[in-house]
Design a protein around this ligand. Structure first.
Ligand SMILES: [Mg+2]
Length: 251
């Protein structure tokens, strides 16, 4: 297993890392639970010109000319996902779920962990995937969108912290509230949220993002999510699993 709780370098900006057990387990969605970036999948039908416009907006945002949240909205306006497209996205997330995800979630629920999905993606798609994994609806956090009577796109929740830079940390700080949180994600927005977590695991099973891996104290490039178990559970929790018939194959 490549998973490693690594690196005790003392960087001035190094993140803290406290060992398991954790009370709350938070997953990112895109490129963490599923091998998919939802917004790119929805954008697949755009014209070359529209894609070029999105790219120049993204560059403008990186250079400070536009705020990231303005790009988020503008990109969504161009894609204008209808209700049917969102149903399609939900099905696509489920079809592209990473191996081991169902077993890992079974384990977490068996151990009575509070499991959340926190995503900058669009709520209907993320919700479909989360419900499929057994996560309760109230533990799903993503950007809501609205449709008109005919099911056409009519806007997104511009107040959602998840539609802007630095928003994940707000949502996760509220979940933490004195509890021990472990967060698993691939992206910079996940890394940004790590200061309120007891542990952040940089996930590279779909895409390994160097900027995230360089800062994270714990990371994995394993694609099978069962490989997260040693990073998420304490020795006594693992012993409890090993003593349970339906999980003995894990050991
Ligand atoms: Mg992601």
């Amino acid at each position: 297993m490549n998973s490693s709780a690594q690196d005790d370098r003392e960087d001035s900006d190094s993140l803290k890392d406290s060992p398991a057990p954790y009370d709350v387990v938070v997953f990112d969605c895109d490129s963490t639970l599923a091998d998919l970036e939802g917004i790119d999948w929805l954008a697949a039908d755009l014209s070359i010109q529209e894609l070029t416009d999105i790219e120049s907006m993204t560059h403008a945002a990186m250079g400070g000319g536009l705020r990231l949240e303005e790009v988020y909205g503008a990109r969504l306006e161009l894609i204008a996902p209808c209700a049917g497209a969102m149903a399609g996205l939900g099905a696509e997330y489920i079809a592209r779920l990473l191996p081991g995800a169902r077993l890992l979630f079974d384990v977490l629920f068996f151990l009575s962990k509070e499991v959340h999905v926190v995503s900058g993606g669009l709520y209907p798609g993320v919700l479909a995937l989360a419900l499929d994994l057994g996560v309760p609806k109230e533990n799903v956090h993503a950007v809501a969108i609205s449709f008109d009577h005919g099911g056409s796109y009519s806007g997104f929740d511009t107040d959602s912290p998840l539609a802007r830079k630095g928003g994940k940390i707000e949502v996760i700080a509220e979940l933490a509230a004195g509890r021990r949180v472990v967060l698993i994600g691939d992206g910079l927005t996940d890394l940004e949220a790590s200061p309120v977590c007891s542990r952040f695991i940089a996930f590279g099973g779909v895409v390994r993002r160097d900027a995230v891996f360089e800062r994270a104290k714990v990371h994995t490039e394993e694609r099978d999510l069962v490989s997260l178990i040693p990073l998420l559970l304490s020795a006594s929790e693992r012993r409890k699993l090993a003593a349970t018939e339906r999980f003995t194959d894990l050991f």
